[in-house]
Design a protein around this ligand. Structure first.
Ligand code: BGP
Length: 466
């Protein structure tokens, strides 16, 4: 086997964990919060996002647990609708106060706040006025961004603009209650998000001293099924359309030619207004947030009406696109209980590809294992599968660092159990168990899983001990 000298995780490495507002907070219309598109979204037969893990009412207890685990960073999102209930109208002081208290609490324990400005929860009022298809949403986002930088910029140095813009474009169901937009509309939404994120990036640099800001897309290496060159082209194309498009615009300030030609051929090109590309080119991210779960494997499209074969609606499962690519099986990889591939080496591949293309520091903003965890009679949650999963991925992260990749931190999904986008509490990711299930809210007690204690050791040692 090829010998590789392992480098240590750098000093000050941001070992952390992630959540997002609508999946963890609950209190969906308390203290002046407006509704977001997620508050209308009630996944079939499963818990909705209205109570979630009730973090809104357990905030101090939760942050104490973060400190006990030793977390150096906490990546969370701010609910736009707590700050501006209508998306662009009056400011809600109680919402401002909640995040002030959360940030103060984190800082008091020496935990670095890493804030996602927008994680799937567009204010419903903006959605009703056209959502991201409308340029007004760009202005609303800029107004919201100014408030965030002004209010929290003294304590928050790490900012993420938009979570998984590429997932919102490729899997629009959950973000668009009512009619699903056409692809043409989706690529217009996408362009408008690029402009909004670019404006926020420029503002952050103007308003937050030492502020660092970047995008947080869901990136994954795409493998060709065979060494058949036609499969390689299909994999290249899909990687450019699904992944690089989003980082090329954010970092290089331009659409890549493969994605642009794809949009032209399909009739999806967005309207680009005068000045948009200048703003996009001027905005320079400081780092890249990477959500990585699994690689995908594809083969050449047949273009015979069978390329798209929907399996389930999950964001991580590729389904194919007519004339573009076919989803293929990768016999080298195992799957989770939910059909997501487990590919730790693929994470190293992905990180290397990103670094080669952009040469920016990276922060892993999501990665983790969704499983059907059980609270056992001994009052514990034994999750050796999660420990095994993370161990393998941490090892590959260390190998990537040893390859020269600049990795500044690792925030697994998720700090605590929260509502999964499709499977409610039947699919858990946390280091901390929340004692509730789909229908029964029980007592919402927080219970440390075995992985909690394991991760605590990893953080203490600044890496894996074996
Ligand atoms: C990412 C999202 C997260 C989170 C995670 C796990 O795509 O950014 O919000 O939900 O996936 O996904 P799921 O809950 O579907 O298992």
């Amino acid at each position: 086997m090829f010998y590789k000298q392992l480098k240590a995780f750098p000093e000050g490495f941001l070992w952390g964990a992630s959540t997002s507002a609508y999946q963890v907070e609950g209190a969906y219309k308390e203290d002046g919060k407006g509704l977001s598109v997620q508050d209308l979204h009630e996944p079939k037969d499963i818990a909705d996002f209205k109570v979630a893990s009730d973090h809104y009412h357990h905030m101090k207890e939760d942050v104490k647990l973060m400190a006990e685990m030793g977390m150096k960073a906490y990546r969370f999102s701010i609910a736009w609708t707590r700050i501006l209930p209508d998306g662009d109208g009056e400011v809600n002081e109680k919402g401002i106060q909640f995040y002030n208290e959360l940030i103060d609490e984190l800082v008091s324990y020496g935990i670095e706040p890493v804030v996602t400005m927008y994680h799937f929860d567009l204010p419903l009022k903006l959605h009703e006025k056209g959502g991201w298809c409308s340029r007004n949403t760009i202005d609303a986002f800029v107004k919201y961004a100014k408030i965030l930088f002004e209010t929290y910029g003294d304590r928050v140095k790490y900012w993420l603009t938009i979570n998984e813009q590429n997932v919102m474009i490729n899997h629009p169901n959950a973000m668009n209650p009512g009619r699903i937009p056409t692809k043409k509309e989706l690529y217009q939404q996408c362009h408008n998000m690029f402009v909004a994120a670019a404006k926020a990036t420029i503002l952050c640099h103007e308003m937050v001293s030492n502020g660092k800001i970047g995008p947080a897309p869901n990136i994954t290496a795409i493998y060709p099924e065979k060494c058949n060159p036609a499969d390689v082209i299909a994999a290249d194309n899909w990687e450019s359309i699904r992944c690089w498009l989003y980082l090329d615009v954010a970092v290089h300030g331009r659409y890549n030619s493969i994605a642009w030609v794809y949009m032209e051929e399909k009739g999806y090109t967005p309207v680009i207004e005068d000045g948009d590309m200048e703003i996009i080119a001027k905005a320079k991210p400081d780092f890249i947030g990477v959500n990585y779960y699994a690689t995908a494997t594809v083969s050449e499209a047949r273009n015979d009406g069978t390329d798209c074969q929907p399996r389930n609606g999950d964001q991580q499962v590729m389904i194919g696109e007519e004339g573009v690519y076919r989803a293929a099986k990768n016999n080298y990889l195992e799957e989770t209980q939910f059909g997501w591939l487990i590919d730790s080496i693929g994470m190293r591949v992905t990180l290397r590809r990103i670094y080669d293309r952009y040469h920016l520091p990276m922060l892993i903003t999501e990665n983790g294992l969704g499983a059907k965890d059980k609270l056992t009679e001994d009052g514990c949650v034994h999750d050796p599968y999660r420990i095994d999963y993370l161990k393998r991925h941490f090892h590959q992260a260390q190998l990537a660092i040893s390859d020269g990749v600049e990795l500044i931190g690792y925030c697994p999904w998720s700090f605590i159990d929260l509502v999964s986008t499709h499977q409610g509490y039947g699919k858990r990711y946390g280091f901390v168990y929340v004692n509730r299930d789909e229908k029964d809210l029980k007592n919402m007690a927080r219970i440390k899983k075995d992985s909690f204690y394991w991760y605590q050791e990893v953080i203490k040692n600044n890496g894996l001990s074996e």
